[in-house]
Design a protein around this ligand. Structure first.
Ligand SMILES: CC(C)(COP(=O)(O)OP(=O)(O)OC[C@H]1O[C@@H](n2cnc3c(N)ncnc32)[C@H](O)[C@@H]1OP(=O)(O)O)[C@@H](O)C(=O)NCCC(=O)NCCS
Length: 155
């Protein structure tokens, strides 16, 4: 039976292990956890039998205000499901959880960035009602790469 909850301090060690965080990822996660503690973002984890099997984040503000302006548009980040648990609806449930968080905070629009060759994620986002609105660039491990920005109205 799957459950989805907000990350709490007791989960952090397991979260790092599950993400198999190297130095770079570890630093990124540390910054994200600080923002989670400051309520600027919400890190959700999906659990089966107390084991983490997925994660997704609600982010209120992004440096690109078309992606999240802290007022009406929020951003869904870092959706990830354990390879052994894919195609069981966990990705869908994590997205619904982030959508619910955004609605609870009175946001009217949710956005996502996805690489144009990531068909599993693109299929999932289209199935969940997201549509393309612009091309952009994202940075990871010092590399810049092209992404599609998708949006969904929450009203
Ligand atoms: C993308 C990802 C989160 C999907 O998670 P998931 O739990 O497997 O997704 P779901 O089971 O909820 O899938 C729902 C729908 O998405 C689509 N989908 C998901 N995985 C797919 C795949 N491998 N191929 C094609 N369509 C896929 C299907 O339409 C699926 O519905 P169906 O199973 O009834 O056909 C997962 O593959 C993952 O973690 N990938 C690596 C990280 C990643 O790319 N994250 C997105 C970053 S933008």
């Amino acid at each position: 039976m799957i459950s989805i909850k907000k990350l709490n301090p007791k989960d952090i060690q397991q979260f790092f292990l599950w993400r198999d965080a190297d130095f770079y990822v570890h630093n990124v996660l540390r910054r994200e956890i600080i923002e989670h503690e400051e309520d600027k973002r919400v890190i959700f984890i999906a659990l089966i039998n107390l084991n983490i099997v997925g994660t997704a984040q609600f982010v209120a503000k992004h440096y690109d205000i078309e992606l999240a302006d802290g007022i009406s548009t929020a951003y869904l980040q870092s959706l990830l499901v354990d390879t052994n648990y894919r195609r069981q609806g966990i990705g869908c449930q994590l997205i619904k959880t982030v959508e619910f968080e955004a609605v609870q905070r009175n946001f009217q629009r949710l956005t996502i960035m996805v690489e144009s060759d990531n068909s599993p994620a693109l299929n999932l986002y289209h199935k969940m009602g997201f549509t393309f609105f612009k091309n952009s660039k994202n940075r990871w491990r010092g590399m810049e790469y092209c992404v599609n920005c998708l949006e969904k109205s929450l009203v």
